[in-house]
Structure formats: C-alpha cells, structure tokens
Ligand binder design. Structure first.
Ligand code: GLV
Ligand code: MG
Length: 311
C-alpha cells in the first residue's frame, strides 16, 4: 500500500481521460481529493498505447499537489493490462500513488496485479509496496466475490462501485447507468451498495461510489450522492469540475455535526475518566462507548475535510 495516500481523503475522485492532453493539463487545477488518469473506457482502443506516454508525462511534469494520484489501467481480459502497468509504473516515479483495476472479478485478479507491481517496483527502484490498488466492482461475478477481493492484498486502499458497467453486466433495462429507476419501488442498488460497503469496511478500505453520468443535472447528483453518503461511503467519482465542488461538500460532515461529535467526546471523557461511568446522558440522549466510536468517525472525516472546531 502507498503509505502516503492510504488515509488521504477521497471525497471527490476525478476521472481524466489519459488520451487528452487538454484534459490532462487541466486536471491539477480542479480541486478533487483524488484524481485518476484513465487508460480504460474513456480512451479509444486506437489511442490506448499512446495514452500511456501522455499519462506518464502528466504525472512527471505537472504539479498535482498532495492529492491522491492514480492511473486506471485496462482490465485483465484485454490485451493492454501488463503493458499499461509496466509502462506507467516504471515511467512515473514515486509520485504515482495507485493503480486502479476495473472490472475486478476474483481475488486472484488482485493477487496477479500485486505480484506484477512488486517486480516492477524492484526493477524501477521504487520501495516495494509503494503502489496501492483501487479495485472496481462492476460485474455480477465481482460482486459475488467482493469479500475475497477486499482481502486479497495489503496494497488495496479502496473498493469502488462502477454503476454503469454493473448495470450492463446485470442486464438491467436502463440506458444510463447509475441513475434512479423510477419504476422500481425502492433503490435498485441498495443491496449492492451495502454489500460493497461491508466488505470494504471489514478490511479497512475506503469505499467509493462511481460516476453519475448526467453531468448537467447537479440537483439529481445531490440526491444520488445522499444515497451512498448516508450509508457511510467515503466519496464519489466526478466526471466534471462542477461535480467536484458538490461532491466535496456532500461527503464532508457539516460544521454542526463536527462540533457535536467533539462535544460527545468531551462529555464521554468526563463521564468515563472523572465520574467513572460508562454511559451518561448527553442532552436528551444516552451516550456510551459506541457513541464515542461514531463521533470519532465524524471527527476524522471532518479533519480530513479541513474543519476546525468552533469556539
Ligand atoms: C465505472 O467505471 C462504471 O462503469 O460505472
Ligand atoms: Mg466501468
């Protein structure tokens, strides 16, 4: 795992097509927590090989600040994966934090990537284990195996849902992946979101929701983000700068929640350490050790988002 990036925030994860010099140049100016330079589905087959050089150039020559920097390679069932990984990891140096694997189907897909990365790191003089892995779950088989996938390698940093490919894999009768299906009485992805979240959390991974394809519909994006934010996801992909701002806001705690979390910590400390009580009233609610754990999550997320406690 990349020690640098493992615990950095990933509220907004911006996709940048690796074949477009214009978009690559623009990438660093967009305030996303994480950015991935894509060699997979946003790059045409005839551009795939040339895009590797463009991506390496962008990693080496542009200033990406301290955000998480990742490259999405092509899946193992294509002809490009090993070439993508060898060229990008050997060429990019230490600034590259992670490789994102699309369409991960089994734990052995991740193990194979881990082994390949170790060889490349040794040959390129990188610290062994430097490159982290983000794994996308976006097929029926990948979802069935998500628990083993999340435990497959210490390099894993995140597990990511891919709604568009997943809808295709499941043969859902939709033409836009990831949006609500109004005919369905409930949320057709509820089970999927929870299954991925549980597998990720059980293995200490960040859990990320994928793209929302209706770029101009920011109100719909807000509704959509609330679904995974409410469940506990860490962040969501962005395909456009306007989506980044909104996603950063939604996946951060509010100032009110952050202050309340700190107040719970103070009250609980007083109760346990001075008054020797395990459970105590906080306003009109009872708090105990579980409340402390919940509050700490808001605090660590708020701190990652740059919040400070109000006076
Ligand atoms: C992302 O890759 C998706 O398929 O939704
Ligand atoms: Mg996909």
């Amino acid at each position: 795992m990349s020690k640098r990036s493992r615990d950095l925030p990933r509220r907004s994860c911006l996709s940048v097509p690796g074949s477009s010099e214009r978009f690559l140049q623009k990438g660093p100016t967009i305030q996303a927590d994480m950015t991935f330079l894509d060699l997979e589905d946003s790059v045409a087959p005839l551009e795939k090989v040339e895009a590797r050089n463009k991506v390496v150039d962008a990693i080496k020559n542009l200033d990406w600040g301290d955000r998480v920097l990742c490259v999405r390679v092509n899946a193992w069932d294509t002809i490009w994966t090993y070439g993508d990984v060898i060229d990008v990891v050997s060429g990019s140096g230490e600034r590259l934090d992670e490789i994102m694997m699309p369409k991960v189907q089994t734990a052995s897909d991740v193990v194979a990537m881990d082994l390949l990365l170790t060889q490349i790191e040794k040959n390129a003089g990188l610290p062994v284990g430097h490159i982290g892995i983000e794994a996308q779950i976006e097929t029926a088989l990948g979802l069935i195996n998500v628990e083993e996938i999340c435990a497959a390698s210490p390099r894993l940093e995140t597990i990511v849902f891919g709604p568009a490919d997943f809808a295709a894999s499941m043969e859902m009768p939709v033409l836009t992946g990831g949006v609500q299906i109004s005919d369905y009485p409930g949320d057709h992805f509820h089970y999927v979101f929870n299954k991925i979240l549980m597998a990720g959390r059980a293995n200490g991974l960040q859990v990320i929701d994928g793209p929302f394809l209706k770029i101009k519909e920011l109100d719909l994006l807000r509704d959509y983000c609330m679904r995974t934010r409410t469940l506990g996801y860490d962040g969501k992909w962005a395909l456009h700068p306007d989506q980044v701002t909104l996603i950063n806001e939604i996946y951060s705690p509010t100032q009110e929640q952050f202050d309340k979390a700190w107040a719970i910590i103070d009250a609980y400390k007083q109760a346990t350490e001075s008054d020797r009580k395990g459970a105590v009233m906080f306003g009109d609610e009872m708090i105990d050790e579980a409340s402390r754990k919940m509050a700490m999550k808001f605090i660590s997320r708020g701190e990652r988002a740059g919040l400070k406690r109000s006076n």
